[in-house]
Design a binder for this molecule. Structure first.
Ligand code: FJE
Ligand code: FE
Length: 301
């Protein structure tokens, strides 16, 4: 039986509290990112540190750089990126593929275009709680064909993390997180539960959608919508084209954040310690001492 608005699964849909257009800016070495979370007006949306919609064309990229204290989640939209780290972990992620990297106590790596043309994707930085910042690094990599999907009433969802339409992702989220890639056909209506205490946002990839309430104005590509309180997201596609967006939610950590670029800790002392560890190649950065990525060596940079 088709769902009607009277048999709603949500008690109180979350309203859209704030809306940001992510404009292109330069990052890395000649790369372009549309940064929404992590820019000046939105430094932190607990537990999310950065959301970048990136676009890279060789020789641009993200050459050798470190991370500590959080996770990076890279989800490719177009083309492919090769990553290699200081432990010899190397691979290429292509369109629709996912890399969920828990940097923990330390990773040094490069992320560079693997093909001609423009490579596009999303990178989300998720903070780790104080008790998990110094864990061993870990990767969870899922190729596009293995990402679980569900289809129902004009809605398709790719479940990157969490659960939707009865389908669960195998990804383990150290900081409890949901990450859903929805496509709604024209006329489709979605009600997606979100744990009540979590922070959640929508990032529109394609088309136009009505989010939160039928009274809101439509949101289009490159817009980030911060959701207010409630038990889920309600969305309508009232347009004549497909609507694609990400719904991401996470349990807030409620901890102080001390950040210096790719190092995210709780206190300034821990940041000072991290700089010391990185400079001296200790406490997790041992393998950085003699390492340079193959892409850096071949580009002679
Ligand atoms: C980084 C500057 C950077 N967004 N999106 C400073 F560019 C980066 C960085 C990235 C990045 C990489 C990919 Cl593949 C996609 C990104 C920023 O690598 F980590 C710091 N500290
Ligand atoms: Fe990185």
């Amino acid at each position: 039986m088709p769902k009607t608005e009277s048999c709603s699964v949500l008690k109180e849909a979350r309203p859209v509290e704030r809306k940001f257009l992510a404009r292109p800016q330069h990052e890395g070495a000649g790369a372009i990112v549309r940064r929404s979370i992590g820019r000046f007006e939105l430094r932190y949306f607990d537990p999310f540190l950065v959301l970048d919609e990136f676009s890279v064309t060789a020789p641009a990229g993200f050459p050798d750089h470190p991370h500590r204290g959080f996770e990076t989640v890279t989800y490719m939209l177009q083309g492919s990126v090769t990553h290699e780290d200081f432990e010899g972990h190397k691979g290429t992620i292509g369109a629709g593929d996912l890399q969920w990297m828990t940097a923990g106590r330390g990773i040094v790596h490069s992320e560079m275009p693997a093909a001609h043309g423009t490579q596009k994707g999303l990178q989300l930085w998720i903070n780790l709680s104080s008790k998990h910042k110094m864990i061993e690094p870990r990767y969870q990599e899922i190729s596009s064909k293995n990402i679980v999907e569900a289809v129902e009433d004009g809605i398709k969802v790719r479940v990157i993390a969490g659960e939707a339409l009865g389908t669960k992702s195998p990804v383990y989220t150290r900081t409890p997180t949901m990450y859903l890639d929805f496509t709604l056909k024209p006329g489709a209506h979605l009600e997606q539960p979100i744990p009540i205490s979590w922070n959640a946002f929508v990032y529109v990839l394609e088309g136009e959608g009505i989010f939160g309430s039928l009274k809101s104005s439509p949101a289009s590509a490159h817009h980030l919508l911060l959701l207010g309180t409630g038990d889920g997201l309600e969305t309508w596609n009232k347009s004549s084209k497909p609507l694609r967006f990400l719904l991401v939610g996470g349990e807030p950590l409620g901890e102080p954040v001390a950040q210096l670029g790719p190092f995210v800790m709780n206190t300034e002392e821990e940041i000072d310690q991290t700089i010391d560890d990185f400079e001296n190649c200790i406490n997790g950065f041992e393998k950085a001492r003699h390492w340079r990525s193959e892409s850096a060596l071949s580009l002679d940079i």
